[in-house]
Design a binder for this molecule. Structure first.
Ligand SMILES: [Zn+2]
Length: 957
């Protein structure tokens, strides 16, 4: 009691609570005098201030220069904002002198086809272990960045016997910062407002929306990106990773209230071998525990952090044979220099750095101690994987590129970067035991495959990673799933006022890359003989190459057979050229061209059209046919036909402001940038001030419906409405679509399943809920409780969006949950609704059905589409407008293709709802996506409908 009062009394006066004794970063000497301490360069003590990227570069350069017998710095690639990323190798002088040789021998351990157990054994006797310590993947987890410099100094300067022993046995690879751009955004802002005030309401703990440093420039979460490496930072890191093949990998974070290190929680990716995976987590976990116990520091293990989704660095590294671990420290970041915990005690940046420092050093000591055993298990990882491949049912994966040759080539590039071998069929072949990806648990059938398909045989060293990324579905631990279902059942019985139990899902439960990329794929139980050659980078370049068949007299035509075709049309329009689109099949150059084919008439355009067509076809990979006569022999439409409608260059705006999900905004930004499509990001204030007047399209990315309402305000919403009435097009994504349907907004007529306005609900259910439910009006962020408060709280993209009573949640939130959390419809009455209200789905791949006659689905040929479902927002079909993509109301085929859904709830309620619809509003229209079509940049099955919403909405179709 006395202690508590004391702590409160002290903190109330805003003094630092006693951190006793203050951790000494220089207690592990003797130190080599010639090596400068970071503080000599920085001019402030550890944890007193935040270090900028350029200052850090100076620190590591100076240390490396004076300790060049132990240290090498490698530049591993640049970020979007031109910062260099570094890998710092530190080891004993004799290891540094033969670094290349160590790297080459180590690489041999990663390929059991080329390295016999005997040869492996000799490498294991003579080679050091490679340990990869990575810092600051989330740029605002700032203790990690500072700790890195202290670890570098300790290893470069100390002659302490333990440190010397580490250097003899280990090549330490330090990734100085995994997310330099995010770090710099955060630190520049934080330093400018830092007063060291522990009061959680203080300005310094409320990172503004546009600063948010967790993510990279394009607001991608880099600790989700390994799955497809869409971001440059991930590509740089993966290149270095596969060059060095580390055996121990630690990713240093900093978000929860207590320090975390493994063992990890369930579920663990079943592609990881057991018991060996758990054995190593126990070894490192226990070692860390004993170091922390000695310091009397709090920590926890298991509990929250899983090892399931393969896009994290810990799971990704583990799937490559390393012991991959996430460490989370408890201070710094949004907690700044000082932060008052719930109990009144204060956590400092300094103590958070100390904990990372001790965990890093303990990990290295443990790695040195277990060098041989870890190297042996690393070698065995791929050897046993190849043995497993012989007996497992899944022998081969076949990916068909026909739906989009460029998209398929991009997928192949991603896999090849991960050292996955792909073969290309040179002739047709037949599998008698093939399973389609589009059907969950499909039975085996005979399938004839043409030449030119991608073949990935499982019998190769990367088998475990291949399965984790490409198998149609990764099963979760049964025990874990049963527990979630039990919680669901209990939640169904809870009253409206009673908080619901949280679910243990950490991320999406389905990600299979062929499905995410919208490509047809099969896995086979046989290894049917096939004439094939290894796919090479050169072949990929050829596949991606565009062409123009000549200089056209009449017109250029290009079919909508790749996403790039729509991009090319947009780019031509932006450059001031006139482009049309065939709304029916046309005939040109003696061939039929499908609806959706783009037509560029020579006489309607400037002479420079010929150059523009060549340049863009080359850049984007589009294959263009030059047409020299307008006459056609068959059918009733040619390039001169009136069914070829003119397109208009759309002037696009995207709302970027408080309440908008950063990663949804970011995936739009990244997609536009990679295709060089112009757009303007607008704040809500700009919209209120009339900025939409010069725009045709406004996209509101995913976000909290209530927060979007607040951000725009009634004034902004009225401005938005009148702009649409006068011809503007509003495109809404997920939470923004819910916003558009709020009673007080009234932009769309479509209702959310389970809401009070949902007139299609069963009668008895409606009566039950209508009584106690107050009239819904939009409330501030956080008011729309989901019953899944852990996920809900963690879905907050910034602390500034978290209301006071949620701070407890915010503080304990974890990295792995800081994503697009599943959310229930805002208007629910759990007690009465029972199974009438959709329960939020963590992220499954579902079968959607496209109406191929509407412009929004131009470019699609298969009405079956795999789409990501990651919410409980199910929209009734629009009775006023177009339902372009829906979930079949009645079909024998299940809607679920992959991932976890709630039995007796998800499918039942999802049937007959819309994924993509459009409604007119005055002279304008609203296009509604129920989910994020560009999720994390690697869901690409919906790219064409998304591009269509931009390209075709500005026109009167
Ligand atoms: Zn983190």
């Amino acid at each position: 009691m006395f202690v508590l009062l004391f702590a409160l009394a002290v903190s109330a006066q805003n003094f630092e609570s006693p951190e006793n004794p203050k951790f000494d970063f220089y207690g592990r000497g003797p130190y080599r005098q010639e090596v400068p301490r970071p503080q000599e360069i920085l001019r402030y003590s550890v944890g007193d201030f935040h270090t900028t990227y350029a200052q850090m570069e100076k620190v590591i350069t100076e240390i490396a220069k004076s300790a060049n017998d132990r240290v090498r710095i490698f530049e591993i690639g640049m970020t979007n904002e031109y910062r260099m990323m570094y890998l710092i190798a530190i080891s004993a002088p004799e290891n540094i002198a033969r670094l290349e040789q160590i790297k080459e021998s180590n690489a041999r351990l990663a390929d059991p086809r080329k390295t016999s157990p005997q040869e492996a054994n000799s490498i294991i006797q003579n080679n050091p272990l490679i340990v990869w310590l990575a810092y600051t993947i989330h740029g605002n987890e700032s203790a990690s960045f500072e700790a890195m410099m202290q670890v570098v100094y300790q290893l470069a300067a100390s002659n302490e016997p333990t440190t010397v022993e580490i250097l003899k046995n280990v090549v330490v690879l330090i990734v100085a910062c995994e997310n330099p751009d995010g770090h710099e955004r955060f630190v520049t802002w934080y330093n400018s407002v830092a007063m060291g005030n522990a009061n959680r309401h203080a300005l310094e703990h409320r990172e503004p929306w546009s600063i948010y440093g967790r993510l990279n420039r394009y607001r991608f979460d880099l600790n989700r990106d390994n799955i497809a490496a869409t971001q440059i930072e991930t590509q740089n890191l993966q290149k270095a990773f596969f060059e060095w093949n580390p055996q121990v990998v630690v990713d240093h974070h900093g978000q929860p209230s207590q320090y975390f290190f493994p063992p990890a929680a369930l579920p663990i990716n079943p592609n990881l071998p057991q018991p060996v995976t758990n054995k190593w987590m126990e070894i490192f976990g226990k070692a860390n525990a004993s170091s922390f116990d000695a310091q009397k520091w709090d920590y926890y293990v298991r509990d929250i952090f899983d090892l399931f989704y393969p896009g994290y660095w810990d799971s990704f590294a583990s799937l490559n044979g390393a012991t991959g671990m996430t460490y989370e420290t408890d201070g710094g970041g949004f907690k700044g220099l000082r932060w008052m915990r719930d109990d009144g005690s204060i956590v400092t940046l300094h103590s958070a750095i100390a904990k990372h420092f001790v965990a890093s050093m303990t990990t290295l000591e443990t790695a040195a101690k277990y060098r041989r055993e870890r190297l042996q298990d690393f070698y065995d990882f791929r050897r046993t994987a190849m043995e497993e491949a012989k007996t497992e049912k899944m022998k081969r994966i076949v990916i068909l590129p026909e739906k989009d040759r460029i998209r398929a080539a991009e997928l192949a590039e991603i896999l090849m970067r991960m050292k996955i071998q792909i073969n290309l069929s040179q002739a047709p072949f037949t599998s008698k035991l093939a399973h389609s990806y589009m059907e969950k648990d499909s039975s085996a059938t005979t399938v004839n495959f043409p030449a030119g398909v991608y073949i990935i045989d499982l019998n190769q060293p990367q088998k475990r990673l291949i399965k984790a990324l490409l198998e149609p579905e990764t099963p979760q631990d049964k025990e874990f799933v049963q527990e979630q279902i039990a919680r669901f059942k209990r939640n169904q019985m809870r009253g409206k006022q009673q908080p619901k139990e949280e679910y243990g899902f950490y991320d999406i439960t389905a990600w299979s890359l062929p499905l995410a990329f919208g490509l047809d794929a099969f896995w086979t139980e046989d290894l049917a003989p096939v004439n094939s050659i290894p796919l090479t980078e050169e072949y990929i370049r050829q596949i991606k190459r565009g062409s123009v068949s000549g200089k056209a007299q009449i017109a250029y035509v290009f079919p909508y057979d790749t996403d790039a075709s729509a991009v090319m049309a947009l780019r031509l329009l932006n450059e001031g050229f006139r482009v049309g689109i065939a709304t029916r099949q046309i005939e040109a150059d003696g061939k039929p061209w499908k609806k959706g084919t783009f037509v560029v008439r020579v006489t309607r355009n400037k002479e420079s059209i010929h150059e523009a067509i060549r340049r863009l076809a080359d850049e984007l990979g589009v294959r263009v046919t030059a047409v020299n006569t307008g006459f056609f022999n068959q059918g009733d439409s040619g390039v001169g036909s009136e069914t070829v409608l003119p397109l208009k260059a759309p002037k696009i705006a995207v709302l970027g402001d408080e309440g908008i999900d950063h990663t949804s905004f970011g995936s739009i930004w990244w997609t536009f940038d990679r295709y060089k499509i112009n757009f303007t990001a607008l704040s809500a204030n700009a919209i209120r001030s009339g900025a939409l007047k010069e725009k045709d399209i406004l996209i509101i990315p995913d976000g909290s419906p209530g927060a979007i309402f607040n951000t725009l305000g009634r004034g902004g919403i009225e401005t938005l409405k009148s702009w649409i009435q006068n011809g503007g097009t509003l495109i809404t994504i997920r939470g923004a679509s819910v916003f558009a349907g709020l009673k007080d907004v009234g932009l769309i007529s479509a209702k959310l399943v389970g809401s009070d306005e949902d007139t299609e609900r069963p009668k008895e259910d409606k009566e039950e809920t209508s009584k106690p439910e107050p009239k819904e009006s939009p409330k501030p962020t956080g008011s729309q409780k989901t019953g899944n408060s852990k996920l809900m709280g963690s879905s907050k993209s910034t602390v500034s969006q978290v209301s006071d009573e949620e701070f407890g949640v915010a503080e304990s939130k974890t990295d792995k949950q800081d994503w697009k959390a599943p959310t229930l419809p805002p208007i629910t009455s759990p007690s009465a609704s029972k199974d009438r209200v959709p329960e939020g789905v963590p992220g499954a791949i579902m079968r959607a059905t496209a109406d191929l006659t509407t412009p929004l689905t131009y470019g699609l040929e298969d009405e079956n589409l795999p789409v990501l479902l990651a919410s409980g927002y199910f929209f009734r079909l629009s009775k006023e407008g177009t339902n372009a993509i829906i979930f079949e109301p009645s079909s024998k085929k299940p809607l679920t293709i992959s991932g976890f859904v709630w039995e007796e709830n998800t499918e039942k309620l999802l049937r007959g709802t819309a994924y993509l619809m459009s409604e007119s509003f005055g002279k304008g229209q609203i296009i509604v996506f129920a989910e994020d079509p560009l999720f994390r940049g690697f869901f690409r099955s919906m790219t064409r409908p998304f591009l269509n919403s931009i390209l075709l909405s500005a026109n009167s179709f």
